[in-house]
Design a protein around this ligand. Sequence first.
Ligand code: SAJ
Length: 448
Amino acid sequence: MEQNSKQFLKLIENLDAKIGIIGLGQVGLPTALSFSKVGFDVIGHDVNKKLLEQLENGTTPFEEEGLLDLLNSCRQKNKFFTESSFEKIIQKCDVMIICVPTPLTDSIRPDLSALENVCNSLSEFSLKNKLVIIESSIPPGTFEELVLKSLNAKNCVGVDCWATFVPERLAPGQALSEILTTSRIIGYNDEQSGNLARALYSKMITGEIFVTPVRVAEISKLVENTYRDVNIALANEVSIICEMYGIDFKELQRVCNTHPRVNLHNAGPGVGGPCLPKDSYLLLNPHGKKTIDSKIIQYARKINDSMPQHVVDLVRKGLKSHNKSLSDSKIGIWGVSYKANISDTRLSPAKEIIAKLKNEGAEVSVYDPKTNESFGGKRTSDMWDAISGNDALVVVTDHDEFKKADLSKIKENLRLPIIVDTRRIFDNKFVESLGISYLAIGYPSKTK
Ligand code: SAJ
């Protein structure tokens, strides 16, 4: 074994280890291309054959800064290929990095079926002298009780092959830059596996690498996102308190954040995306065990989930001040992706906001420069079409294009001068000076 691991280390050191990436989504594809960029031969596999075709044709399935260029340069250098056969990718590769989704079921329990399928498929083959790495976020206990159990069916992890958990830390929108600089956590069950994974990632990243027991690594990933979710919930809760006191949350945040140990997050229309709304549930659902009760974490989720309703209430308030009701209104929405300048709409608060507005009888038009999704609203081809003749503009996503919008033109296009700015992209004083009713989360609106 010692000898084998030394030889494997050499493969990594010389960039001769062939890397297979299973799951080419928002984590897998940037990971594949980043390893390929530093000189490894990388082969990507996904159950979605259309996606593989797309990549072979030199197009990317989602928008990510620099991704398309990187795909094409890796392909030109013959450093990135796709492979639709699971068996072939295992035969060809020394390292297998698993980046499949671990979403929630409808009953808000971890859905590990994709990971389970991959591990079961892997376990049918000899993994001799191969390193398996799990990057997917997983409930605590999953690595030992699902991954290792499965791989050990025909192999002996730590003896004739290796396995580690290296949680992904990619933020959509800055995935390719952050993957290089962000520190990585390597969760090990046996030390040799941990050391090999450290050697591999140190070839790609400039950030620090921390090796820690696998259970710590599993929980650390989930706590990072829970930390952010709870902090955003605090900001959202404080913003509602600001409305009660009649002060501006933005000003409060500016002042509080001058304290060296305070970082009040941004209040907003809710928390979306594939990670934050999910990871605290993974944290509280240990693999094969009963759900853990945590008041602060569960309550944070409730607060963040309640924000779309608050946005709808602000729209209602704005309309009421102009003697209009939601039921006969026309509302224009700018932005449906879950955060600025990306095309990802997964679990975006826009979905709830649009559904609630429509439920109340409003007609909803939608424009987003990054995606064709409109969540049941009428999709328009430009930002002005989305508000022309409408009663209010609701900014849901803070895309750069919206920040530059001409406010006088907004007023000219709208039937009633109402802006609900859920991301605080506009200067409230300037908006109000134009005679527009300005409403925002945590803002003492002049609109009564
Ligand atoms: N949001 C707020 N207020 C804030 C910050 C964010 O309302 O102050 C909202 C955003 O608008 C968005 C949601 O939260 O709807 C999530 O956005 P995000 O930028 O906080 O996070 P993600 O989901 O894009 O990426 C997170 C990151 N985790 C942390 O910052 C701890 C990223 O580094 C992880 O790699 C990623 O989850 C992941 O894949 O787990």
